[in-house]
Design a protein around this ligand. Structure first.
Ligand code: MG
Length: 255
């Protein structure tokens, strides 16, 4: 009897250890690793520097120009010119803070392909109409398939419409919702793969992390830059943290 008890304890300990290993928080460099020399947000350099840190993934933001060129930029506009209403050539003189030209998604993915250990976390920004958003999804999916990068690219969006369109096009890819207004059960019902919410949403609804995992959804908190907030998310068992401070987060996780 005593031996059976010991055996059961051992099994539970092993299961616990496997569970803990599965729950180790991983790092996503928000807009690449840009708070470092010769880098800039959403630059090709920021992607390369994120790869050097050996983090799980590097996040970046995608828009479609009026003449259907997919470009990497955070804001909807560049120096006051709305990307969606401008042709790509209108940005030919524009330079990022590190001197790079405005990257296209094709440039970006080609560079990312050189770092197969790094997941590319592609945020599709909202566009003005559902029709345009459907077109953006179509163009992105075509490009990812052309480059045979389906396994390396994961998708995030604030747009429910885009998440659903993506999931239709790429049923085997990870499509994760950013907007913070749906519970894990509602996200599961939509058929998406996870929640990537502002960390304050998880502070208000800490049970959503466990609930998500029980439903088979992934969890990610953005954009967590302070050590105490990082530690709180880690303690809650979050799977991923997006941060502008990937070095600090790496340090915290390896302490
Ligand atoms: Mg983003």
């Amino acid at each position: 009897m005593k031996n059976i008890f010991k055996f059961c304890c051992l099994i539970f300990a092993c299961m616990g250890s496997i569970y803990m290993q599965a729950q180790v928080t991983q790092v996503i460099a928000h807009r690449g690793f840009w708070k470092t020399n010769l880098s800039a947000q959403n630059s090709i350099a920021s992607l390369e520097k994120a790869a050097q840190l050996k983090v799980y993934g590097s996040e970046f933001d995608v828009h479609l120009t009026k003449d259907n060129v997919l470009v990497i930029n955070h804001d909807n506009d560049i120096e006051g010119v709305l990307i969606e209403t401008a042709n790509f050539s209108q940005f030919s003189q524009f330079r990022l803070a590190n001197g790079e030209k405005l990257p296209t998604l094709e440039n970006y993915l080609q560079q990312g392909k050189k770092f197969p250990e790094l997941q590319l976390i592609l945020e599709i920004k909202t566009h003005s109409t559902p029709e345009r958003e459907t077109e953006v999804v179509k163009q992105i999916v075509q490009l990812v398939k052309k480059l045979a990068m389906e396994k390396q690219v994961e998708y995030i969006s604030f747009s429910a419409h885009m998440c659903s369109e993506l999931k239709k096009e790429l049923p085997h890819s990870s499509v994760v919702y950013l907007n913070g207004d749906l519970s894990p059960a509602e996200v599961k019902e939509k058929g998406w793969d996870g929640i990537d919410y502002h960390y304050k949403i998880f502070q208000k609804n800490p049970q959503w992390i466990k609930e998500s995992h029980q439903l088979g959804l992934s969890t990610n908190a953005w954009t967590v830059n302070r050590g105490e907030d990082m530690q709180q998310m880690i303690d809650l068992g979050i799977q991923f943290i997006s941060t502008d401070q990937p070095l600090e987060l790496n340090h915290l996780l390896t302490k």
